[in-house]
Design a protein around this ligand. Sequence first.
Ligand SMILES: *[C@@H]1O[C@H](CO)[C@@H](O)[C@H](O)[C@H]1NC(C)=O
Length: 300
Amino acid sequence: MAPVFHSKAYFAVILLLLAVLDFASGGKLLVIPMEGSHWLSMKPVLKQLRQNGHEIVVVAPDVNMHIKPSENIYSLKTYPVPFTNEEMDEDFRAFGKQAFEDLPFLVMVTKTIEQMRKTATFFLSSCTHLLYNQKLTMYLIQSKFDAVLLDPFWPCGQIVAEYLGIPSVFFLRGIPCSFEFEATQCPRPPSYVPRAFTRYSDHMTFAQRVKNMLFHLSESFLCSYVYSPYAYLASEFLQRDVTLTGLLSNGSVWLMREDSISSYPKPLMPNMIPIGGINCAAKEPLSQVCKSFYLFILSH
Ligand SMILES: *[C@@H]1O[C@H](CO)[C@@H](O)[C@H](O)[C@H]1NC(C)=O
């Protein structure tokens, strides 16, 4: 009798699992992407999610560089913003150019802050016009999404997630001020976790550690400068006191496009999942130039 009962119980469990899996395969996903290369990395993931049977809606400003309609993968909802393509293009170009300049440490820090402040005004404006677009927010509420996929580089998506009261999945390469570590309370001792732009490794001399510490402090300054407007915006929109760290700490999963090939090993929290391999999803054989360059790097 007992084995029969067991097999019946197993059968019931399997049926239940199948039912749940079937249910899970038809989720409704809201995507609030970040413009530029960030979007290019996210798009193949959406394609796969669509193939897995999920329904996807992407929300983006009507002025953008790469986010175009793609009916067989997602439906695109756009909202108007008060700037032009030319203005945004020019700013992005300046940002890209500056990132590759070889400048003295302090000059680089001040230039980076100035450029980030300029670029940030576009994104802040875009976020304001998303949140206060009543037709759009009405649509978002009525659509009853299961989750939001977003790049926390642009924290606007998380404000929407809070507003709709649904879980969010973060997909990111990093956040300039390293909010990902602050928001998750992930340990990150400056004595052996090199800060962005320092070009140090996890083995630093004493002088380098001191500089790394200084860079760490400048990061927090940069953060409040560039990102604090989002805390005001979110507090006003959600009608409660919100900090950016508090906002981002509510993300359910952090899918991080990095691994120990592209960055030095460091502590991660259990909900931070390195998925660096995704950068190689579209792979092609190396050209001869790349091969020589790669061998050059290896030998130095
Ligand atoms: C984070 O989520 C909790 C629980 O849902 C909520 O009470 C809190 O207000 C959220 N934090 C922010 C900053 O929205």
